[in-house]
Design a protein around this ligand. Structure first.
Ligand SMILES: C[S@@+](CC[C@H](N)C(=O)[O-])C[C@H]1O[C@@H](n2cnc3c(N)ncnc32)[C@H](O)[C@@H]1O
Length: 384
């Protein structure tokens, strides 16, 4: 191979460190490369100041006998246009083009490449809060916790009213978790989510917690019907739909006015109330229920006693409380990076016993997927 002119990284290649070397994404050729530590070192040295001879002089003391291996890799990298001798730099994409490319890549599940594009977009437009927010989201998805934290902090310094990002930052900074996710955060999250909740959950995420909760509860109820049912955190009414046929009266409570509006259009509830559930349960009300359900709602609470105890008080004698949470390995519970709490089975049994209820069943089905990974729930059915 001729020694030629100095080698440099192609201008369309975005580079980032990775646990075992580098990742490189070529925006122009739409190719992602994973570089091992040797390749990463070569790329670092190819900064436009060294030709092959100088590279050999600098690398040989480090690589010993393996210079031929390095030479092979450099030849491949030149063929792939990862490394170039070209001086002229083609017009690099601007921040808007990179951000649009990042969106398109994410839609194709190419999240690492999307993250690298968005990071360059932020370098080019550091005053744009939305660019920081997108970077935070993508860093979060690819598990770059520290970069997610920094990006969200930048965004929040410019948009301090964003309760969702404020909450995610709490999760990502390992700060003491709140007792429950703030009302402001829930309202903001579900106001945004309501319009595509059903489609996203039951389609893309394979959400089936309402069905699994229904199955687990019916296994105890048998053929009983004409029930007074309370649905805590009813959302758009996916759970209500399961229970309509067996309910004499079906009441739904949810903090999000937008979710309640969706539930109303479903037409399965006898009554819907927009309220925070612990506040609602604390009211001195005469109503008692045969069945209280809370499907995927208590994932926003740390200590489950906050809801299980007051919910137990509104059950008729022999009434059932059935709820689902996300299963976690940390006892009693943990605020995960997703911003939701996970709960340990011991905590569920302890809280149910503490509320004076009998735990009839505790199952662990997969109830949806998140970024392709199964999410395992704990489904508890307990009796007064
Ligand atoms: C994941 S959704 C589940 C909705 C429905 N149960 C289902 O299975 O489709 C969680 C719901 O809980 C509601 N929620 C969360 N925290 C709440 C609280 N403290 N008080 C009332 N509703 C709450 C949210 O507004 C949201 O509609």
């Amino acid at each position: 191979m001729p020694t030629g002119s100095p080698l440099r990284l192609s201008p369309s290649v975005l580079l980032s460190t990775a646990p075992d070397g580098y990742v490189a994404y070529d925006v122009r050729l739409d190719r992602l490369y994973r570089l091992n530590p040797t390749a990463a070192l070569i790329v670092e040295l190819c900064d436009g100041t060294r030709d092959l001879q100088q590279l050999q002089a600098d690398l040989s003391p480090l690589m010993g006998d393996d210079w031929p291996g390095c030479l092979d890799w450099i030849a491949t990298a030149r063929r792939d246009q990862l490394l170039t001798e070209e001086h002229r730099t083609a017009a690099a994409p601007d921040a808007a083009a990179l951000a649009a490319h990042a969106d398109a890549l994410q839609r194709r599940d190419r999240v690492l490449a999307a993250f690298l594009c968005q990071r360059r977009a932020v370098d080019l437009a550091p005053d744009d809060p939305d660019a920081w927010l997108r970077l935070g989201e993508l860093a979060h998805i690819v598990g770059r916790r520290n970069e997610a934290r920094i990006a969200y902090q930048h965004y929040l310094s410019q948009c301090p009213d964003d309760a969702e990002v404020e909450h995610l930052l709490t999760a990502l900074t390992d700060a003491a978790p709140p007792t429950r996710v703030s009302d402001r955060c829930i309202e903001q999250l579900y106001s945004r989510f309501a319009a595509f909740y059903d489609e996203n959950m039951t389609g893309e995420l394979d959400y089936c917690a309402p069905e699994r909760l229904h199955d687990a509860t019916v296994a105890v109820l048998g053929t009983r019907a004409d029930l007074d049912v309370l649905d805590l955190g009813c959302g758009t009414g996916l759970g209500g739909e399961q229970w309509r046929a067996r309910a004499a009266c079906l009441v739904g409570v949810d903090l999000s006015a937008d979710m309640i509006a969706r539930a109303r259009t479903r037409g399965v509830y006898d009554r819907l109330e927009t309220a925070e559930i612990t506040g609602w349960l604390a009211k001195d009300m005469p109503e008692r229920f045969d069945l209280v359900i809370a499907c995927d709602t208590l994932i926003y609470f740390g200590d489950l006693a906050q809801v299980v105890e007051p919910a137990a008080r509104v059950l008729k004698p022999g009434g059932l409380l059935a709820f689902s949470v996300e299963r976690g390995d940390t006892d009693p519970f943990r605020l995960s990076d997703s911003g939701r709490f996970t709960h340990h089975p011991h905590h569920v049994s302890d809280v149910v016993r503490g509320a004076g209820l009998t735990l009839l069943g505790l199952s662990e089905p997969v109830v949806r997927h998140e970024y392709g990974e199964p999410v395992t729930a704990l489904i508890a059915v307990c009796q007064a």
